[in-house]
Write a protein that binds this ligand. Structure first.
Ligand code: AMP
Ligand code: GLY
Length: 426
């Protein structure tokens, strides 16, 4: 079978790498892919980004399954478009992807279906937003409504920061209903975990748990990023927390989406805040796999990913997905992101990358923003690589990953030295 992966980041490299291991897969096309997928065994880059052109190409090439990595093509309706052409595709429809693409939609959905989340209010005019902050005080959280690549959230420890965020996110002349909106949330305390499931519209199959590090600097300081590293499993998700997450968040979400007439198919990522007493609240939904969580998660997956995604996209309610159990490597997987100079602001591109190790089943360097130029591998964006390893415990995984990180060279490289510190502390 020929498979198409849409996207070009580290998550898509890991997806393509894993799918290429299936004995039934003859080729994985990655559109547009990156410098790593260009060279991977069984992978071919496809320089098409227009969705209609991709669907036409997929039909002509008789692609058996398409998997969408990032949120943007999902929010743009990639799944609707492919399905309308009779193509098999794994992901949520444009309407279902609003769980991520609109914070106002997802908060209203959670309230309507009794899914635990932080108390919140939505504003489209500045004065009421400022008044809300004055009434509630800090700490408080201000979020821009809409996709912002993880950068539209300000966790304000001082009221002043919240006021500044509102001024930044809402134009001064904004009128109610005019488009721009902010969501202001109660601040939640606890430890975050990424809880990702595979959905076929009715059933959900949980992937291994994971945690990422969203801040740029060691000790979880500095600006928010798309993610500087991740590991799986997440020790904070005990069996009791896992059961709660399924019962209180995932299943009510699936039932709620069915009830609202937009059944959820695809990966569903619940960002959970786990309180010190094991209570959970949903911070956010993503309608896709996490990046960089996918890199460590898929290194631990022993089950054939093609089988899982085919089960999840079988026409009709066959129950194939619900009948599956996933096999996981018991070891810890840990991934360290190496980012370009200037990330998360304006990353510098074109720096030559050297010192990459040979691929091994338990030590992979997944590429994100890399490109082949004149026979050289160069940086082409913010998060450049994710060095991902398997080892018997978190500390050994850290040692092994950082051994590789230190050998990989490019000018201006940035990475955290402490990926996995929360897991190591458990
Ligand atoms: P989001 O994109 O909504 O997940 O927010 C990005 C990050 O901001 C989260 O991963 C949390 O670290 C933090 N955050 C978001 N909402 C809250 C909240 N209500 N309380 C505390 N931290 C939050
Ligand atoms: N690593 C966080 C995300 O993918 O949204």
């Amino acid at each position: 079978m020929k498979v198409l992966v849409i996207g070009g980041g580290g998550r898509e490299h890991a997806l393509a790498w894993k799918l290429a291991q299936s004995p039934r897969v003859e080729m994985v096309f990655v559109a547009p892919g990156n410098g790593g997928t260009a060279l991977g065994e069984g992978l071919t880059n496809l320089p098409i980004t227009d969705l209609q052109a991709l669907a036409d190409w997929a039909r002509a090439e008789k692609i058996g399954l398409t998997v969408v990595g990032p949120e943007a093509p999902l929010a743009a309706g990639a799944v609707d478009l492919f399905r309308a052409q009779g193509l098999r595709i794994f992901g949520p429809t444009r309407a279902a992807a609003q769980l991520e693409s609109s914070k106002a939609f997802s908060k209203a959905f959670m309230v309507r279906h009794g899914i635990p989340t932080a108390g919140h209010a939505t504003f489209s005019d500045r004065a009421s937003a400022h008044a809300h902050v004055d009434a509630h005080g800090a700490p408080i959280v201000v979020k821009a409504d809409g996709l912002a690549a993880g950068k539209g959230v300000v966790v304000a420890l001082q009221a002043q920061e919240a006021h500044a965020a509102i001024d930044l996110m809402l134009p001064a002349d904004a009128v109610a209903g005019g488009g721009a909106r902010v969501v202001i949330e109660d601040y939640l305390e606890g430890e975050e975990a990424s809880f990702i499931v595979v959905c076929d519209g009715t059933e959900a199959l949980a992937l291994a748990t994971s945690q990422d590090h969203k801040r740029l600097l060691d000790g979880d300081l500095g600006p928010n990023t798309g993610g500087m590293g991740a590991y799986s499993p997440a020790p904070v998700v005990t069996p009791a927390v896992h059961a709660r997450a399924m019962r209180e968040v995932i299943l009510p979400t699936l039932r709620g989406m069915e009830k609202d007439g937009i059944p959820y198919t695809g990966f569903l990522y619940a960002g959970l805040m786990v309180s010190p007493t094991g209570q959970i609240k949903t911070l956010e939904f993503n309608c896709r796999l996490g990046d960089p969580e996918t890199q460590p998660i898929l290194m631990r997956l022993k089950t054939d990913l093609l089988d899982v995604l085919l089960a999840a996209t079988e026409p009709g309610a066959t129950g194939a997905l619900g009948a599956m159990t996933l096999q996981w490597d018991r070891r810890t997987a840990l991934g360290v992101v190496m980012a370009a100079h200037g990330y998360p602001g304006t990353p510098r591109t074109g720096d030559a990358i050297q010192g990459l190790p040979v691929e091994q089943p338990d030590a992979m360097v997944f590429h994100a923003a890399t490109a082949q130029r004149d026979g050289r591998l160069v940086t082409s964006g913010g998060r450049v690589l994710c060095v991902t390893v398997l080892a018997d415990n978190v500390r050994q995984a850290q040692q092994r990953a950082y051994g590789i990180v230190h050998a990989v060279q490019f000018d201006g490289r940035q990475y955290r030295q402490d990926i996995g510190h929360r897991a190591a502390a458990h």
